[in-house]
Every structure is written in structure tokens, then in C-alpha cells.
Design a protein around this ligand. Structure first.
Ligand code: PEP
Ligand code: MN
Length: 263
């Protein structure tokens, strides 16, 4: 169902009022984690002013260490809904547990399935039973075939609103956090009609590399970007090393314009 052989035309998926795919180019941005109302509101205003239309932010965080900040949970979802309405942005947040599905669907415009859950088939089927848009991130060590089959799970269960996200994979290279596989973007655009979003933040893990790889993502045919930005990057409770300041984010958005026009 996700193959271009079956549906040759680009699928356009609405996240609230934001179309993703086809002729549109979508910028999703915000902090890695929702830390407080003030933090999310300030970041949302900043990224919206620079051109983002979808606000990202985690309320349920899949942290490598159990001692790291795990997210604000339901309180975070409420903050996200309020900030989204106040600022006028659509919203996306990660779902880790099927028990949170209704809470997330009522407060936030789209689900994100994180890299660590790409092959959580119970979760894929659960979001497949809704019509809520889903951003499916590539697993840490998942092949493109496995990624497309994970997308197929969601669509086959009944939800056609799936976007695929290349967020870097684990390779022998350790200089960067992950290796952003832009081959996958061009390959998936050829094989599938689903929109493809590039995440240069997790793809590199390095603040200064986010901008060049964002441009590369546009150039190779992505339908949008998801970027982590924080009002005070060094104070970010998670993924501080890859968060862009408001100024860095604004500069990147200006630099992206010619790339978006050209592609
Ligand atoms: C995130 O978006 O903050 C995140 C945890 O991403 P990933 O699942 O790609 O690691
Ligand atoms: Mn993150």
C-alpha cells in the first residue's frame, strides 16, 4: 500500500492545517522535550516567526538512561495544546505507550513514533486504528525495507496518514551521533508515495552540522524537516548538543529558501 507502483502520485497528509507532501515543504521545529509552559511558548513563537508551522516537543521521552528526565507526561500534552492554540501552530509529539493514545490524540495534532519503537508492532497497529497523522521515524539499525514495512503496518491497519522520517542510523562512524542516510530519502521518494521528512538534529547530534545537513535534505528531495530548537540550547534538559538557538534557527530558515525553491 505504501508503494508508488500502487499509488503513483505523491500523498499529501494534513497535520491540522499544515499539508505535508506534494508541492508543499513543511518545517516542524521545537524543543526535544517540553520542559515548561514558558519554555515551549517562547520557543514556539521563535520558530513560528522563522517559518515553522508544526511545533514539536516530547512529553513522553525515550531516554537511554532511566535516571534522565522522562518528560512531563499528560501535563506536557496540555501545555502543548495550549501553546499550539495560542501561537497558531499544529503540533506533534511522541507516543511510546498505547495507553497514552487517547490523551495524545485529544491534545496534539500528530503522533511521532520514535526510532526505538519503529518495530513496536502493537503500537503501529494502535495508531493504525486511528486517522491521526503519524510521523514514523527510522529505527536505529533498521533497513529501508524494514522502515517501509513498518509504515505498511500502519497503512494496512487503516490509517493512510503516514509520513516517513530519516533520522540517522547507527554505523561504524562515531564522529557524529548517527549517520544521516540521505540515500534513504532519495530511495524512498522513488519507491513510495508517502512524504519523507529529514531530521538533521538526531541525524548528526551536532549543532553546527544541523544546517548543512538540513540543506542537503532539501536538495535530495525531502518533503520537510524536523529540527530541534531551544530558547537556551545549553540549558536544554535533553539533546542539548544538537539544539539550535532562535538565531541559528532563523538564519537556517533564511538560507533554506533558495534550496526549497530549487527542488
Ligand atoms: C526525538 O525526536 O526527540 C527523538 C527521541 O527522536 P528519535 O526517536 O529519532 O531518537
Ligand atoms: Mn531529541
Amino acid at each position: 500500500l505504501v508503494s508508488r507502483e500502487i499509488y503513483p502520485h505523491d500523498t499529501v497528509i494534513p497535520i491540522g492545517n499544515t499539508p505535508v507532501g506534494g508541492d508543499d515543504f513543511t518545517i516542524m521545529a521545537g524543543p526535544c522535550a517540553i520542559e515548561s509552559y514558558d519554555q515551549l511558548l517562547e520557543t514556539a513563537k521563535q520558530v513560528k516567526a522563522s517559518g515553522a508551522t508544526v511545533l514539536r516537543g516530547g512529553a513522553f521521552k525515550p531516554r537511554t538512561s532511566p535516571y534522565s528526565f522522562q518528560g512531563l507526561g499528560l501535563e506536557g500534552l496540555k501545555i502543548m495544546q495550549q501553546v499550539g492554540q495560542e501561537v497558531g501552530m499544529d503540533t506533534i509529539t511522541e507516543i511510546m505507550d498505547i495507553n497514552d493514545l487517547d490523551d495524545i490524540a485529544t491534545h496534539v495534532s500528530a503522533f511521532q513514533i520514535g526510532a526505538r519503537n519503529m518495530q513496536n508492532y502493537t503500537l503501529l497497529k494502535a495508531v493504525g486504528e486511528t486517522k491521526h497523522p503519524v510521523l514514523l521515524k527510522r529505527g536505529l539499525s533498521a533497513t529501508i525495507e524494514e522502515l517501509l514495512l513498518a509504515a505498511e503496518y500502519i497503512v494496512a491497519t487503516g490509517n493512510p496518514n503516514v509520513m516517513i522520517c530519516e533520522r540517522g542510523i547507527r554505523t561504524f562512524e562515531t564522529a557524529t551521533r548517527n549517520t544521516l542516510d540521505l540515500n534513504a530519502v532519495a530511495f524512498i521518494k522513488e519507491k513510495s508515495h508517502l512524504p519523507v521528512i529529514v531530521d538533521p538534529s538526531h541525524g548528526t547530534g551536532v549543532r553546527t552540522l544541523v544546517s548543512p545537513m538540513a540543506k542537503a535534505g532539501v536538495a535530495c528531495g525531502a518533503d520537510g524537516l524536523i529540527i530541534e530548537s531551544h530558547r537556551n540550547p545549553r540549558e536544554s534538559v535533553s539533546d542539548a548538543a544538537q539544539a539550535l538557538s532562535a538565531d541559528d534557527f532563523s538564519q537556517l530558515m533564511q538560507q533554506l529558501v533558495p534550496f526549497i525553491k530549487a527542488s
